[in-house]
Design a binder for this molecule. Structure first.
Ligand SMILES: *Cc1c(COP(=O)(O)O)cnc(C)c1O
Length: 485
């Protein structure tokens, strides 16, 4: 065998391993880029109109290109367009985080590339992830033998909970059409999406009436259950929200727990947005009853201010989750011999996966819990502050915010009625770009949402937003009340 070919291939392949010098150079350039980005956040917009050129990222050259050139493309074509979730003036949808140490956790996880899916392959990584899940279980008041999974986000976390519920209650194909699911119109759309993916699209879905604060009405739920029972149907799944996306409303978790238990239903609480308000001793009572859920979703990339890419599902009966997700394959026989920590691969659809625990563990350990607790409480207070100031300025508001999301709108003027004034105001906010806010429809009416959850949003940003709203309303000819202060 002629080894020349092999040697030529090796020479080219070895370029996959940069020399220490090359590594150093890349690191320097990437560091400089991320520092420049973070240091310029004050000047950067929260929203820039998109201007992507077709084909820009479609070039895959035979020979590599210099890092500086690539970073310049990143800056121009990614980091200067659309929503800027790193900005403290991002107050739309549910703002993401981006606590810096998340990036370092990702960097280390990728550089060392531990295999975090299987306990046999990396007992340390699996232990770390499971302990993080147990920390969240304790936060929610779940018993010590509960577990769950670190997911890519809240959507997959909800999907895991729903499939586990389906299998735990034995809702097989022939029973789907008789197994009733209860939720409200304010539930996050990823729940309906998960129901469809989980093969539950044909299950009867009941949207229960809400009170004026957009919380599920337990009496209406009980009434519906009686009707369903009388029709020979079986209540199967109750989905509550602990912090809805539209208004941050928290369903009456305790009352719902009692109903779910009495009816033998699986009780799922989607706390993707609201879960980490449990960190605040002051706000924790708002989520009273969450400990009685069978499964909970919370999103560390929301309320724990981490960068996008980490959600969590917590499941009380870990055996139920295991029954839904474990699988045996011949080539996995070595892993099957292990004992001890349950493997993420047996508790989720994933096998090979990102070691995402490190991006959560590192910030929590580096900074301690205190700044996270302070920040989450600060966000709730900031939202309440805006709520009162907006009312003083003559805006209509929805319910007083329970957490850190609220809705408001301008009542409009004779020339510009509310249904036109508020979309116009949103467009102006986006054109201006300094702030990003989003809108929603509630009961057929257009509302502007304020969602305070960026760890970079402080009093200064909220004051500046109030001034900005004043200015933009003036430009639209919309009256603003003189504040009594
Ligand atoms: C954000 C959110 C989700 C979806 O989570 P992702 O992390 O975006 O997949 C689900 N439920 C609620 C209440 C949310 O706020």
């Amino acid at each position: 065998m002629n080894l020349d070919e092999l040697k030529a291939l090796e020479k080219a392949a070895r370029q996959l391993e940069p020399s220490p010098n090359q590594r150093e150079g890349w690191n320097r350039a990437v560091h400089a880029y991320s520092h420049a980005f973070l240091d310029s956040l004050q000047e950067r917009n929260a929203y820039d109109a998109p201007a992507v050129e077709d084909g820009l990222f479609a070039v895959y050259p035979e020979e590599g290109r210099p890092m500086e050139e690539l970073l310049a493309q990143l800056e121009q074509w990614v980091d200067r367009q659309g929503i800027n979730p790193a900005s403290g003036r991002h107050l739309g949808y549910v703002p993401g985080g981006g606590v810096y140490a998340t990036a370092l956790g990702d960097y280390l996880a990728a550089a060392t590339n531990r295999y975090a899916g299987i306990n046999f392959a990396s007992p340390g990584a699996v232990k770390m992830e499971n302990e993080l899940i147990r920390w969240m279980c304790r936060l929610a008041g779940f018993p010590p033998n509960s577990l769950g999974n670190l997911t890519s986000g809240g959507s997959i976390a909800n999907l895991i909970a729903i499939t586990t519920a389906r299998d735990a209650l034995g809702v097989r194909a022939e029973r789907v059409s008789k197994s009733v699911i209860y939720l409200t119109r304010q539930v996050h759309h990823c729940v309906q999406k998960a129901l469809r993916i989980a093969g539950l699209a044909e299950a009867p879905i009941r949207y229960i009436d809400m009170d004026r604060q957009f919380r599920i009405r337990p009496d209406a739920l009980e009434q519906q259950i009686r009707t369903d029972r009388a029709a020979g149907l079986t209540p199967f799944l109750l989905v509550a929200s602990a912090g809805t996306t539209d208004t941050g409303a928290i369903d009456p978790l305790q009352d719902l727990a009692a109903i779910a238990r009495a009816e033998g239903m699986w009780y799922h609480v989607d706390a993707a947005y609201g879960g980490f308000f449990l960190l605040s001793e002051k706000l924790r009572p708002l989520l009273q009853g969450i400990a009685q859920a069978d499964s909970i979703v919370m999103d560390p990339h929301k309320g724990l201010f981490l960068s996008y890419g980490i959600g969590a599902v917590l499941i009380k009966d870990i055996k139920a989750q295991y029954r839904s997700y474990h699988y045996q394959a011949n080539y996995m026989q070595d892993a099957a011999l292990e004992s001890g920590e349950p493997s993420p691969a047996d508790l989720s659809p994933e096998l090979t996966k990102h070691f995402r625990g490190l991006r959560m563990w590192l910030p929590l350990q580096l900074l301690g819990a205190r700044p996270f607790k302070a920040a989450i409480e600060e966000k709730a207070l900031l939202c309440r502050y805006f709520f009162h100031r907006a009312q003083e300025m003559g805006f209509e508001t929805g319910p007083e915010p329970a957490l850190s999301i609220m809705i408001f709108r301008h009542p409009g003027s004779e020339q510009l009625p509310a249904e036109q004034a508020n979309p116009a105001l949103i467009r102006k906010i986006w054109e201006d770009g300094q702030f990003f806010l989003s809108s929603t429809q509630i009961g057929g009416e257009y509302w502007i949402r304020l969602a305070v959850l960026s760890f970079r949003t402080h009093l200064q940003e909220i004051e500046a937003l109030l001034l900005k709203l004043q200015q933009l309303c003036k430009e639209l000819g919309l009256p603003i009340a003189q504040e009594k202060r």
